[in-house]
Design a protein around this ligand. Structure first.
Ligand code: ZN
Length: 136
């Protein structure tokens, strides 16, 4: 793993949270992006090398909706940048981690992403991601 790429935060109202985090971080979000396959809309803030990703559910089937129903708003996942998502999934599975995605898939912000199941990572939902263009 190379660095923490971003921290994902589940929110109920992304417009309200954009205003809140702009005040908190003293910086405006630089993009919003819907990820239809995940049933979420995302918003990104750049803080030094690390990003903050706000996530709001757009459907009741979304993992973010279920997360907020059971735990409320708050930190949802930590994403680590890796060189290559697919080879990292193989390495992590060989180490005994439980992969939610068996191969990288398209995520927000031009990334290939995959998640590990939190039951295998001390309940920290963990994402690994790499730049899409790097994988081509
Ligand atoms: Zn993420």
């Amino acid at each position: 793993m190379q660095k923490i790429e971003h921290i994902g935060i589940a929110v109920k109202d992304i417009e309200e949270s954009n205003k809140l985090f702009a005040k908190l971080l003293n910086s405006e979000h630089y993009k919003m992006e819907a990820v239809a396959s995940e049933g979420v809309i995302t918003s990104f803030f750049q803080i030094g090398e690390v990003k903050i990703e706000l996530l709001q559910a757009t459907s009741k089937d979304s993992a973010i909706h279920k997360f907020i129903e059971s735990k409320g708003e708050g930190i949802h996942h930590i994403a680590f940048a890796v060189e290559d998502v697919n080879s990292e999934i193989k390495r992590l599975k060989a180490e005994g981690f439980d992969a939610i995605h068996q191969e990288g898939k398209d995520g927000a912000d031009g990334k290939i992403i995959a998640f590990l199941h939190p039951k295998s990572t001390n309940r920290v939902l963990t994402e690994i991601c790499s730049d899409k263009h790097a994988a081509e």
